[in-house]
Ligand binder design. Structure first.
Ligand code: SF4
Ligand code: SF4
Ligand code: SF4
Length: 681
């Protein structure tokens, strides 16, 4: 049975990489919402046009800091629509100024307004919307059903605001079809979650960006209530077949999995790439650092109109990753993905006023969310008989965690990666007994054995992955070629070791290798990168362009061509995936010693990391891997984990890459991103 699922598909939220500039126009508002971050509302602290204009002029000339080609201009309050004339003037000025400067933001811009919606149908607001429609998004805050909303979002006299806002929703949705609303739940209203979300859907708001607050306001019962509410919501969706109609983040299928080291290095916060400006012309790294949004700490200022932005104050934001902020329990957490964190909140809750102390007040609530998410996808599977997206992700995660031990069968093999086989004095060959011993070692230590080289007793070892240069019609064999070899078109997973002299024929080799297959994976390896000149790099670039065309051509024929050099970028942090040597991948030589990968056996035999009797020497491994952390903190540039053997060969250090490696990696990242864009667009 086929089924479309919208639940968990948040692709529409993803925007082009953009700088975000926020103006806090006023501290005034018609409402006195109980959870509002703005304490001490007043109608005195409003931004003047002069402050806004000077801020815009300053930011537009700081391309070194705000270098994205797109921008989101955000307007917040208090209630920003109380200042509609000022906002209109500011937007006009932005459009004129960026146009006169020939700035890329003259074309690639959006104005975003977060409003309580009370003035939405006001004539002046409507005129503004008509004027800016094609570059405008308006978010109306509506917390849920009437009970929840009128509990929280009240006028000065405590009267609820629900009816006054809801009357404007049809016009809003007509003007902004597909608009989403944010619904935030806290201790006092978590029991209203299900009805609130359903009531927002009933109003026609299909995308509900629902969250629970980060603050540590939760008592012991709240996670239980939260899980129950979510399960009831799951039943409502499944029983009414609504998974293809509505979307709510709580059932995002990717939440609740352990995060790998690449994910730990991913960015989670845009602060620093954005700037928030208050009515006095003071700059903050994000609205969540503005004085009036913090409970425990003073606002974190990064500059002002007179002195400009202090780059020293931005330094910390360059280093914000899951890894740098998280306590051990989060880095080792089995359900970490989707557990959100906000740097502004972390700073506010921190002991020492640092952005590097992750607050975990949301911990038990996230775990409850994960259980309910499992429940949703299990029910979905039962009812639809379709494979669930969550199961697919779970399987990929499981594969990710797999560790491999490459068993080098003999020294008479072709290189399987970015290395060359050195002629050794003696030529070892692994006998059957040794092979069995190595396989046993692998299996006892949770490694998947991978046999490298020719297997004499093919039938006996047919269930193991085999990487070999010997001809085989076995589909599971990964066949290895040198670039001068003739490619026999038998296997859908092949490795080609490209020599400098053959760069010009990469495309031709891949084309031959991919002929006739529905799916084919080609792994290009380079064992003499250090010899490459700038003209080789240019040739390689043009070969990658041809490979991109070939991949797209295959896609047009409903076939899949995967090429490692164009499929190896982690979109979360724009880095190439590491091969995993020394982490998920190890090797054992015919000398019964363990290595980071086969390249080290063949070229740095003394750099073993243990042997078959004593196992992996984790002290040695830790020393090798400790170096990366030290280097990383000091200087990120020049650190590449793509091939630690190539690093060692060219810089003598495992985690310092050569200039040519960096150049090639940068090119591959750029081309991979281009290819992804073309494949999905
Ligand atoms: S806060 Fe809790 S649930 Fe979230 S990542 Fe940390 S340990 Fe895991
Ligand atoms: S995570 Fe928090 S501080 Fe960072 S950009 Fe988002 S709201 Fe701002
Ligand atoms: S370090 Fe990784 S990429 Fe480099 S040769 Fe070894 S396995 Fe291959």
């Amino acid at each position: 049975m086929e089924s479309n699922v919208r639940m968990g598909d948040f692709s529409s939220y993803e925007a082009e990489e953009a700088n975000s500039i926020t103006f806090s126009l006023t501290q005034d508002c018609q409402l006195r919402c109980k959870y509002c971050y703005m304490v001490g509302k007043n109608n005195k602290n409003r931004m003047t046009f002069d402050v806004a204009k000077k801020s815009i002029d300053y930011i537009l000339q700081k391309r070194d800091l705000y270098s994205c080609n797109a921008v989101q201009w955000e307007f917040i309050g208090g209630e920003p629509l109380l200042e509609i004339e000022l906002m209109d003037r500011i937007c006009d000025y932005i459009k004129q100024k960026t146009f006169l400067l020939g700035h890329p933001w003259a074309i690639n811009y959006m104005f975003n307004i977060s409003t309580n919606g009370l003035l939405y149908d006001d004539e002046r607001v409507q005129a503004f919307i008509k004027k800016n429609k094609s570059h405008l998004s308006v978010g109306i805050s509506l917390d849920g059903n009437k009970e929840k909303n009128d509990n929280q979002r009240v006028y000065k006299d405590n009267k609820g605001s629900y009816d006054d806002v809801v009357k404007n929703v049809p016009l809003w949705l007509e003007q902004f079809p597909g608009a989403s609303t944010k619904a935030t739940f806290s201790h006092g209203d978590i029991h209203l979650l299900k009805d609130s979300i359903i009531s927002l859907w009933d109003l026609g708001i299909e995308e509900v960006s629902a969250n629970v607050v980060f603050e540590d306001v939760w008592d012991e019962q709240d996670p239980v209530i939260f899980e129950e509410q979510l399960k009831e919501l799951a039943d409502y969706i499944i029983d009414n077949g609504l998974w293809d109609k509505y979307n709510v983040r709580f059932f995002d299928p990717s939440i609740g999995f352990p995060q790998n080291s690449d994910e730990h290095e991913g960015k989670f916060c845009g602060a620093g790439k954005m700037v928030a400006i208050d009515n006095e012309g003071t700059f903050y790294p994000c609205t969540r650092f503005m004085s009036f949004t913090l409970n425990n700490k003073p606002g974190l200022k990064i500059g002002n109109l007179i002195k400009g932005i202090d780059k020293n104050k931005l330094k910390a934001f360059d280093h914000l990753t899951i890894k740098t902020i998280s306590p051990k329990k989060c880095l080792e957490c089995e359900v970490a993905s989707g557990c959100s964190s906000c740097s502004g909140h972390n700073y506010d809750e921190s002991k020492y006023g640092s952005v590097f102390e992750r607050a975990t007040g949301i911990c038990e609530m996230h775990k409850a969310n994960v259980k309910a998410c499992d429940y949703f996808w299990e029910r979905y599977k039962q009812v639809t008989n379709c494979e669930s997206e969550r199961d697919r992700i779970r399987m990929l995660k499981k594969q990710e965690k797999e560790k491999f031990l490459q068993i080098i069968m003999s020294e008479d093999i072709k290189s399987t990666c970015n290395y060359e086989i050195k002629n050794k004095e003696k030529t070892f060959l692994m006998n059957d007994e040794q092979l069995k011993e190595s396989i046993e070692f692998a299996e006892n230590n949770d490694f998947k054995p991978v046999l490298i080289g020719d297997v004499l007793n093919k039938e006996q070892y047919k269930d193991y992955i085999n990487i070999t240069s010997t001809d085989s019609k076995n589909e599971d064999v990964i066949k290895v070629y040198k670039s001068e070899d003739e490619i026999v078109n038998n296997n859908s997973n092949i490795i080609i070791n490209i020599r400098k002299k053959d760069i010009f024929k990469i495309h031709q080799l891949v084309e031959i290798a991919s002929k006739g297959f529905e799916y084919v994976r080609v792994n290009l390896m380079f064992s003499d990168l250090e010899e490459w000149t700038s003209s080789d790099v240019e040739e390689y670039k043009s070969q990658l362009d041809k490979l991109m065309d070939l991949t797209l051509e295959k896609k047009g024929e409903d076939k899949v061509l995967e090429i490692n050099t164009l499929n190896n970028v982690n979109p979360q942090n724009n880095k190439v995936y590491s091969c995993g040597a020394g982490k998920e991948l190890f090797a054992i030589g015919p000398n019964k010693k363990l290595y980071l990968c086969p390249a080290f056996y063949f070229n740095y035999e003394y750099l073993d990391i243990g042997d078959i009797k004593t196992g992996i020497n984790y002290d040695k491994l830790e020393i090798l891997q400790r170096n990366i952390n030290k280097i990383k903190n000091d200087d990120k540039k020049g650190v590449c984990k793509k091939c630690i053997y190539a690093n060692k060969k060219q810089t003598n250090e495992l985690y310092l890459s050569s200039e040519i490696q960096e150049l090639i990696t940068d090119i591959e990242i750029k081309k991979s991103k281009e290819l992804i864009e073309q494949l999905i667009g």
